[in-house]
Design a protein around this ligand. Structure first.
Ligand SMILES: Cc1cc2nc3c(=O)[nH]c(=O)nc-3n(C[C@H](O)[C@H](O)[C@H](O)COP(=O)(O)OP(=O)(O)OC[C@H]3O[C@@H](n4cnc5c(N)ncnc54)[C@H](O)[C@@H]3O)c2cc1C
Length: 674
């Protein structure tokens, strides 16, 4: 630890009235001025402002300060600001200590005298530590000029295109056989009613053709190693059992498949059927067929018909290849964008709405496929068809139900899904458009029409004769043998219970984190917010960053949002990734953990607890004996201190938070440490 003649400057921030409204900042300034080593103590309305920082910088230069304490907000907020101010004067930025007298004092106390006393103690504790701080050096690492984008929905597509257009390499990895995500399943889009496929398909084609984008569909990231600027990912390209280069996308194979139209189509949400060899939807990109390994008779039973697989026999391009194997590919990238999207709420969990029992109760996403011109009915609104897709009728009375699986604590989803109010309004409009005589009623809790053009669209829909009734149905059940359904509800504006008879009920299912969200969390060490979606680094100031440097979020994987917001966020994530790639170098954390190799017992506990995978055991020669000791990868370490709390011998400690630095601080606060 360095010994130096103390010349400490203490700067107390008012933060407007955030701090000064509760803490007597003059008293704290006076108190600090008498502490050992303090040569100047000042207070100012906003220390983070330009004049505030200038105060500090002038004092460093004029009074020769060698340590600085800023008593203000949380270091998470402005530590980088003040470090930069120190660096500008030539003082090592790590000679700064912050005392949090806002979040940990003025915001949580009301008694002015006691809050002031606590602020004084916090400043005194900072003084006890500041002289023990060491000068740290910030290092830089090179950034591989490439980005890995995971998820080929509109978020991933947009992010990939922006980065590729800037001239950098992108690997776009999509789990399913085609890019497009949920947007490809939609018919028209609110509030402008543009045809979803018409605006999405050109972008899908662009990602497939862009010289800077390597599109990897039907692929998944298996592992990721490394750190910001230098990630190495292993991608599994699953076998399609169809030669990608030979397949012309003609579709003759699917027409000859023995399971022709016998398998529920994922793209059509099960209301349409596909074969075992299939193209997910007509505009799929790439337009290459895939064999479903879990359904194909040849792959599951080793035999398909007497004459062998008809798909293979009928393929004139000889593209079907049952011997194809998965491929593992390694890619090096500097940044990663996670854009893995959402799942819709499983309506079966809302038992009282009878979704599992009544085919004429459908989800909003199923309705999108029903109404879509590329859907199984060619866009005709016909329900009650048999398994072969025959029969059925045009519904005359249709009910739409809001908030199914959103804003519902009993189902564990307290949040609003943000798109359902508007997509139900859109769907109600589409019914009126196609079946003008139909009676359409929407049951709602309240209508959230917050976006650009949303309120106007909602207004338009009501003027079209669509009835909005305020009430959350308690039950939906079938009336006798008839196809009629009863929606039991109370009109909460009139206070009257009612039973509404409908022949089609559409559930406004909410958006949920994907079922397989855990895989991505484990791969990229991401965190979840309480709603289960991925957690951003800061909800306001760093909405596309994650706690892992170089990894960004885009689209609904971060939380429910509509297409415009998804695209905006994808552009934000792309520009954040580009900033790193274009600069070519990135600074890595200086306050990392350091190992005292002589003290380390090589037990590996630190390796187990490190959330960033930054520690490994390496062999070293200790007085002629080869022993294992912990070694920290400084580019990966975030200085969180988990290792230090687990280490039994105290051999690993984060710089600036070593025992000898924080114990004197704790002693001032009068906290027992034994
Ligand atoms: C019924 C309904 C109607 C809607 N209507 C509208 C509308 O009219 N207007 C509007 O603005 N918004 C609408 N939305 C919202 C819209 O669907 C979303 O805003 C948009 O699809 C979000 O795109 P995304 O890319 O974030 O996610 P997604 O569309 O979910 O795409 C995510 C992609 O990532 C892939 N993926 C997932 N995990 C992995 C993995 N591990 N590896 C590789 N790939 C992976 C998925 O296969 C998918 O292709 C509607 C939503 C619903 C449910």
């Amino acid at each position: 630890m360095e010994s130096t003649r103390p010349k400490i400057g203490v700067y107390i921030c008012h933060c407007g009235i955030n701090i000064a409204g509760v803490v007597d900042v003059e008293a704290v300034t006076e108190y600090a001025s008498k502490l050992p080593g303090v040569v100047v103590s000042r207070n100012y309305s906003y220390m983070c402002s330009d004049p505030g920082q200038t105060l500090i910088k002038d004092d460093i230069r004029e009074k020769g300060l060698n340590r600085v304490i800023v008593a203000s907000c949380s270091p998470r907020m402005h530590e980088p600001t003040f470090r930069k101010a120190l660096a500008e004067t030539g003082l090592n930025p790590y000679y700064l200590e912050m005392a949090n007298i806002r979040e940990q004092c003025s915001w949580v106390h009301e008694d002015k005298a006691k809050a002031t006393e606590k602020a004084e103690k916090l400043v005194e504790a900072a003084v006890a530590k500041v002289l023990l701080l060491e000068a740290l050096e910030e290092k830089e690492v090179d950034v591989t000029p490439a980005c890995l984008v995971i998820g080929g929905g509109i978020a991933g597509i947009q992010a990939a295109l922006d980065i590729a257009e800037a001239g950098f390499k992108v690997y776009l990895v999509e789990k399913t056989p085609s890019v497009g995500g949920h947007m490809a399943q939609l018919d028209k889009t609110f509030p402008t009613l543009d045809c979803s496929a018409c605006i999405l398909t050109p972008k899908m084609v662009d990602v497939a053709n862009h010289p800077n984008i390597e599109l990897m569909t039907y692929s998944q990231v298996e592992s990721v190693e490394g750190y910001v600027g230098n990630f190495k990912a292993t991608v599994r390209k699953k076998a399609r059992y169809v030669d990608f280069d030979k397949c012309t996308g003609c579709g003759i194979c699917a027409e000859n498949c023995r399971l022709l139209n016998r398998i529920p189509s994922e793209f059509d949400e099960g209301i349409g059927m596909r074969s075992a060899i299939y193209l997910p939807f007509p505009q799929a990109v790439p337009a290459k067929y895939t064999i479903d390994p879990e359904r194909c008779l040849q792959l599951t039973k080793g035999k398909c018909g007497k004459e062998g697989p008809a798909c293979k026999a009928s393929c004139q391009a000889d593209a079907v290849n049952f011997d194809q194997k998965d491929e593992l590919l390694e890619i090096d990238v500097g940044t990663i964008i996670v854009a893995t999207g959402y799942d819709v709420f499983d309506a079966k969990r809302k038992h009282e709405y009878g979704y599992a029992e009544n085919p004429n109760v459908m989800t909003g996403l199923e309705f999108e496929r029903l109404v879509s011109a590329s859907g199984p009915t060619g866009g005709k609104i016909i329900v009650g068809r048999d398994k072969k897709g025959e029969g059925g009728f045009e519904p005359k009375k249709i009910a739409f139900i809001h908030c199914v699986g959103s804003r519902d604590k009993s189902l564990g989803n307290e949040y609003c899904s943000r798109v359902c109010c508007m997509y139900l309004a859109k769907q109600a409009h589409l019914i009126k458009d196609k079946l003008p005589d139909a009676e359409v009623t929407v049951f709602y809790m309240d209508v959230r029409a917050f976006g650009k053009g949303f309120e106007e669209f909602y207004d338009r829909v009501r003027r079209e004769g669509i009835r909005y009734i305020r009430g959350n149905p308690s039950e939906i059940y079938k009336k006798g043998d008839d196809h009629a359904l009863i929606v039991k509800v109370e009109d909460t504006l009139l206070g009257t219970p009612m039973e509404y008879e409908a022949d089609l009920v559409v559930l406004g299912v909410g958006l949920e984190p994907r079922q397989d969200v855990r895989e991505i969390i484990d791969l990229f060490k991401l965190s979840q917010s309480t709603d289960g979606f991925f957690l951003e680094a800061h909800p306001k100031l760093r909405p596309v960053d994650t706690a892992s440097d170089g990894i960004f979020l885009a689209g609904c994987c971060q939380g429910p949002k509509d297409i415009p917001d998804t695209v905006a966020q994808a552009k934000g994530a792309a520009s954040s990734a580009l900033t790193l790639i274009a600069r070519g170098k990135v600074k890595v954390e200086a306050q990392v953990s350091a190992v005292n190799a002589d003290e380390c017992r090589g037990c590996g506990l630190c390796v187990e607890v490190c959330p960033f995978g930054a520690i490994e055991l390496v062999e070293t020669n200790r007085q002629g004996n080869i022993v294992n000791v912990a070694s920290v990868n400084e580019a990966l370490c975030k200085g969180c201190g988990s290792c230090a709390s687990a280490c039994l011998s105290g051999a690993i400690q984060p710089k600036s938070f070593k025992d000898e630095q924080i114990l004197p601080q704790i002693a001032v606060l009068g906290v027992r440490t034994e």
